[in-house]
Design a protein around this ligand. Sequence first.
Ligand code: PHE
Length: 437
Amino acid sequence: MQFPSRGNWSGAVGFVLAAMGSAVGLGNVWRYPYITGQYGGAAFILLYIGCVLAIGVPLLMAEFLIGRKTQRNPVGAFRALRPGSPWVLTGWLGIVAGFVILSYYGVVAGWVLHYVYLSAINAFAGASPDQIAAMFAALSSNHILQIFWLMILMLLTIGVVVRGVSSGIETGNKIMMPLLFVLLLGLMVYAAQTPGAATGLDFLLHPKWEKLGPIAVLEALGQALFSLSLGMGAMITYGSYLSRDTSLVKCSLFVAAGDTLVAILAGFVVFPLVFSFGLEPSVGPGLIFQTMPIAFAQLPGGYWVALAFFVLLTFAALTSTISLLEVACAYFIDEQGWSRRRASWTLGGAIFLLGIPSALGGEFLDFMDSLATNYLLPCGALLIALFTGWGLSHNERRTEFYLADASTVRFRGWSILIRFVTPVALVLIFLHQLRIL
Ligand code: PHE
């Protein structure tokens, strides 16, 4: 079953960059460094890498496999594999999750755009910590300004998605992802020369094993799912534009490695700066918007560092919002026969409207965030693991897997992980969310 009119990646490199673009996002640059600090630095990094390898990579392979096998959006994929069965709800759950995540993620990405603007006009130079805190407070209480930036963000996202898979999404990622890496490396070299570099590195590299416990394991798992864009069909959708001769194992490993590397490097940028200026490392979302500009205000060359930092965050956020919008678009294009233009504008517009309540008050944003990361994604990931491991027959799994990865060892290893390890780990996350564990 091939649908040439749907569009395709030009090759494995374009695909890997796009999938990595989806994975690398705000989750890597602010959330990851902050929870790493909370849960004992190096010890947590090792735990996180374990979760990525044992649960993230097998799930990535499962999503790519479902997408490549059916060449369809998440709803169409489950429908094609098991017509008339309730598995199709997994696809629907993904589309709903895409709407929910993009609506509030777009607001936070809009804050990033505002900070690009503040950096560009040199607003942080010479500002006191109080003045910088006031800038964030002024933004959070200005509804019109937040809606304005959400609109700009959605227009940028729609502008890429409307151009299609290879000339829009792939080209966008091919430009933004290498720039993101260059900016990140540049910032890291810079951060390494600041006075707090040694303390920052010590904070990250000195394992505090006593801080690791069951909760840290669950945090690491939840972070791995969100950071790898798993559990809502974004990777099914990206996998659906993949040709049959591309290795799922290699692509999944590349994407997971790139995503993890960016998260770890982001820690090496953020913590030396935080410690150089005696800031509080574990303040959460405020870290990048409130504390980092304090560092930028005092650093030599701070103007350019601030600009580079927020432009980097913009690229990271945009390559993720593109993948979130594409999930719903793929459904309406494949199943409802909409043109790409109509799908991008209508759905992008609908998500913009859904984002307005998040722009009006922080509580709604927190609610949407917790709905998506604590419930929708783990639930979607569990269903995808169960479907791949138990819903598909051994032969269906094996045939698709062997198209580009004819290795019994790899297939067996993956099968064990996706059938047993991944579902058990996800059930544990759930029990924890429901306060049973
Ligand atoms: N992975 C993205 C990040 O780390 C967020 C995301 C989640 C994107 C789910 C798409 C789907 O920021």
